[in-house]
Structures are given as structure tokens and as C-alpha cells.
Design a protein around this ligand. Structure first.
Ligand SMILES: Cc1cc2nc3c(=O)[nH]c(=O)nc-3n(C[C@H](O)[C@H](O)[C@H](O)COP(=O)(O)OP(=O)(O)OC[C@H]3O[C@@H](n4cnc5c(N)ncnc54)[C@H](O)[C@@H]3O)c2cc1C
Length: 462
């Protein structure tokens, strides 16, 4: 039986592990953290479970893009609940209705002079979402090489409409100078079709994938950091674990950030320095500050669903992580808790770190109060984390939330292939293609197809 090591137990690592097990590999997942899941991890305080990364997904409805992927990974019978999205810009509130037709109708009512352009945009969202699996046969869409900002500027005149169309900088989190139209349409469009949250959060996804992996004989080892990869004869010959363990698998798949994977290589071998340097030089999305909030009681009226609150004068197409212009409010389906998420540059630990966190929290609360008046007084406890926390836990450069940025000007450089020049070393995870539950699940399939052959695409019931 062929043996495989998967480095990292994020969504991508667990999904690839499951596919390899289904195809007869003996798989061990090595996770440096104490918990499996990567950005799906959660933590318990005061008896309540808070999420860290994943909060909600788009496109899980019938006929929508994420559904066949989550069905394939055995995640569809988790207790997904539909949720709603609202955007608050200054005092203007836009409730995103479910479905592209309803979205087009809502925007057309609010901006009647731009009805035709809105309709055309709706068609684009539908086209991209309906053909997401073309990526399996044809590779990346040509829309990866088209600027989202130029499309919006050329087609829409009203500055407020342009702001609303940016959807949520939290999901894309990228300056318009680089954002590809495909990323806007694929990620944004999937949430416009439908948005879903999950009681039990990211842990429920991790547990479901872990159970399937273990049922097939796979092993997930936490507290098992890969500390080096040795190359010989054009492939990875040894995987070094911790201080003293050496493994010699047939296949290695890394779900760690590609720059982290390259830094593990102990010798130059077949992976050229120029390739490693290119990966290390690629820009990453900024990270996120998170405030996990326990409320005093359950009767405080929380928003029904996800609430994206933006300063009135924010430029949502050119977000500046140094400013607290945007905050996402995520109320937990279980009630009594909510999270605030807001972009933030990587802070240094040490003197001033706690004060910086407190200041960022206050800025987030000021903004959140615009959507939920009285929130401050309803807080029982609050736990905060910064991009530094992510940097320390998952090793991701700069504490980036979404990994390597895709640039419409150079899609071929910023989209990474799962294959490396070391014959048995493959990459997966949110930095290769697009991020998030949809992007990572697509990439897991693409990585697995590079290893096992394209026939595995036929296993997805579309
Ligand atoms: C704050 C935040 C909020 C988000 N919210 C959402 C959301 O609501 N919806 C959505 O769809 N997406 C969301 N995302 C994005 C989504 O969570 C990620 O795109 C996805 O989970 C990334 O999965 P991954 O497999 O690529 O990597 P990761 O989850 O980063 O996993 C990589 C794993 O590799 C491990 N690792 C690294 N180096 C080593 C080593 N040397 N040895 C062993 N293990 C190693 C790390 O510890 C980590 O567990 C959010 C992300 C963040 C940060």
C-alpha cells in the first residue's frame, strides 16, 4: 500500500487526506497545532465554544456551487442553517436577499437608472457559479485575468452602488488594483445565492472529516510539526517530524502555506531557488482582528444574520487594514455570543501589544454600535486575537487570513499549481487557487486529481 503524509490539518489537508484514503493510500496527517482544523479551530471559554476562522459559507443550496463538493466530503448532513447578510454603509442598510434574481431586483429598485448593468452583472454571477466545475476540465477561468475594479468602474456610475457591489471586503479582503473579476464573481456570487452558518462551527466540520478519515484507517497526529523535508533522486525522501523522527512516505501533500512548505526544504535539489524565492515574495492578504464576545444574557436583540458594517467614507475597493473602516458582526446560531472581525496589519508582540488590541477593540465596538446600539453595555466577556495569533498558530506569513493574493495582472504567477518539481511533493490549501470553504474544497479536488488522475472528478455528483 502506498503511504502518504499530509502536512497540516486545515480543511484542504483533511479533504485531500480523505480522497487519498478512499483511493487506497495509507495516510497520516501531521498537524503542528494541538488541535486539528487550522482555520476551522475553535476554543472554549466559560463553557461556550467560539470559532476562530470559518464563520459561514455561501452556495450550499440546491444546484449551488459548494453543495456537490460538501456532499462529496460528507459534510452536507451537518445541521447547516440558512443565514442572512446585510451591508450597512453609514446610515444606508442593504439586506442581501437570497438568490441572484432577488439580488438583481433589490439593487434595481434602489438604483433604477443602472438596471441594465445590474442585470448584466447578475448574469455574470450566475454564469460563473453555474460553471465553477469547468476549472476541472479547462483550468482557471479567463476572468482571472480581468480587473474587478475596471469592470465595476466601466459599468456602474453611482458611487454608493459601487460600494454595495464590493459586497464585503471581509470575504475578498483585497485591494481593487489586484482583485480578479473571477474572484469577485465566484466568491461574492456564491454568498449571494445563499448564505449558511453551522451550529457547532468549524469544529463540526473538522470532526466530521476526522471521523471519516479515521474510519478508513487514516491517522491524524496533532502536536506533530514537520520540521524539514529532505530531497533525493528528484523527490522528497524524508519528512522530519519534531526533533528526532524521520518518515519516508511515497507521497507528501502540504496544506501549510506554500512559503512555509518551501522553507521546510533542507536541500536545494530539484526545487529551484528561483521558484522558492518567487513563492516567498508573493503578497498575502492582510490578517483579521477578532473579538469573540460573550453577551450578558440571551435576550439582547442580535442581528438575524451576518452584518457587514462600514464607515460612510470608507473606500471599500481600496481597503486600508490600518484603518478600522469595516467590521463583520457574526452572531452565533446558538445565541448569546457574537464575533467582530476587522482587517488589521500584523502587530508585534511585547510592549504595547495589549494596548493595541484594546484600541482596535474599541474601534470595532464604535463601528459595531452603529448596527447594534447598546452592544458595549451588553458585553459580559470579550476575548481578542490578532493576525499575530494566526501567525504564531498556523505559521501563515503575516498572519494573513486568506493567503496569497491573486492578481488579475499576473494570474499565472499568483495562481499556483499543486505540482512541484519534486516528483512526490504536492501543494494544496487556500493559497493556491481561491480561499474560503469553496476555494479550498475546489483546490483539494484539483490536488487529488493531479495525484490520482482526472477520473476522480467524475466522483462529484454535479
Ligand atoms: C479570521 C478568519 C475568518 C474566516 N472566515 C471564513 C468564513 O466565514 N467562510 C469561509 O469560507 N472562509 C473563511 N476564512 C477562510 C478559511 O477559513 C480558509 O480559507 C481555510 O480554512 C483555509 O484552509 P487551509 O486548508 O488552506 O489552511 P489552514 O486552515 O491554514 O491549515 C493549515 C494547517 O497547516 C498546519 N501547519 C503549518 N505548518 C505546519 C508544519 N510545519 N507541520 C505541521 N502542520 C503545519 C497549520 O497549523 C494549520 O493547521 C476565514 C479565515 C480567517 C483567518
Amino acid at each position: 500500500m502506498k503511504t502518504a503524509i499530509v502536512i497540516g490539518s486545515g480543511l484542504g489537508g483533511l479533504e485531500v487526506a480523505l480522497i487519498l484514503l478512499r483511493h487506497g493510500y495509507e495516510v497520516t496527517v501531521l498537524e503542528k497545532g494541538r488541535q486539528a482544523g487550522g482555520c476551522l479551530q475553535s476554543f472554549v471559554r466559560d463553557g461556550r465554544r467560539f470559532d476562530t476562522g470559518f464563520h459561514y459559507v455561501g452556495g450550499l443550496g440546491e444546484g449551488e456551487p459548494l453543495r456537490p463538493l460538501f456532499a462529496y466530503f460528507g459534510l452536507m448532513d451537518l445541521p447547516w442553517e440558512p443565514t442572512t447578510e446585510e451591508i450597512l454603509i453609514g446610515d444606508k442598510r442593504f439586506r442581501i436577499p437570497r438568490g441572484i434574481d432577488a439580488y438583481v431586483e433589490m439593487l434595481s429598485e434602489q438604483f433604477p437608472t443602472e438596471k441594465n448593468a445590474i442585470q448584466t452583472y447578475g448574469n455574470l454571477l450566475r454564469e460563473v457559479g453555474d460553471h465553477i466545475f469547468d476549472a476541472f476540465e479547462k483550468g482557471p477561468s479567463p476572468l482571472m485575468g480581468v480587473s474587478a475594479a475596471q469592470y465595476i468602474e466601466n459599468n456602474f456610475r453611482d458611487p454608493l452602488l459601487r460600494q454595495v457591489l464590493s459586497g464585503s471586503t471581509m470575504r475578498l479582503h483585497q485591494d481593487a488594483n489586484t482583485l480578479p473579476l473571477y474572484a469577485l464573481a465566484q466568491i461574492g456570487g456564491s454568498f449571494i445565492r445563499s448564505a449558511w452558518r453551522l451550529p457547532g462551527g468549524g469544529k463540526a466540520i473538522t470532526e466530521r472529516l476526522t471521523a471519516q478519515i479515521e474510519a478508513l484507517g487514516g491517522v491524524i497526529r496533532t502536536g506533530a510539526a514537520v520540521t524539514g523535508l529532505r530531497l533525493a533522486d528528484g523527490k522528497v525522501s524524508e519528512v522530519l517530524v519534531g526533533e528526532s523522527e524521520t518518515l519516508r512516505p511515497d507521497l507528501v501533500v502540504s496544506d501549510a502555506h506554500p512559503a512555509v512548505t518551501m522553507a521546510l526544504l533542507r536541500d536545494s535539489g530539484v526545487i529551484k531557488r528561483i521558484y522558492r524565492e518567487r513563492i516567498a515574495s508573493l503578497e498575502n492578504s492582510p490578517g483579521l482582528f477578532t473579538a469573540n464576545i460573550l453577551l450578558k444574557d440571551n435576550i439582547f436583540p442580535l442581528p438575524e444574520g451576518e452584518l457587514h458594517i462600514h464607515q460612510e467614507d470608507a473606500d471599500l475597493w481600496h481597503p486600508d487594514p490600518r484603518r478600522t473602516d469595516s467590521v463583520l458582526v457574526h452572531p452565533y446560531p446558538e445565541g448569546g455570543m457574537l464575533d467582530l472581525l476587522s482587517p488589521m496589519p500584523l502587530p508585534e508582540r511585547g510592549e504595547g501589544y495589549e494596548a493595541l488590541k484594546r484600541a482596535k477593540l474599541e474601534q470595532c465596538l464604535d463601528l459595531a454600535e452603529k448596527g447594534i446600539p447598546g452592544l458595549r453595555n451588553a458585553i459580559a466577556k470579550v476575548y481578542t486575537s490578532t493576525p499575530r495569533t494566526w501567525h504564531d498558530y498556523t505559521g501563515v506569513p503575516g498572519g494573513s487570513a486568506f493567503g496569497i493574493l491573486k492578481d488579475w495582472k499576473s494570474p499565472l504567477t499568483t495562481l499556483l499549481s499543486p505540482r512541484t518539481t519534486a516528483g512526490n511533493l504536492y501543494l494544496t490549501g487556500g493559497s493556491l487557487n481561491l480561499h474560503g470553504m469553496l476555494g479550498v474544497s475546489m483546490t483539494a479536488l484539483i490536488t487529488a486529481a493531479d495525484i490520482l488522475g482526472r477520473q476522480i472528478y467524475l466522483e462529484i455528483e454535479r
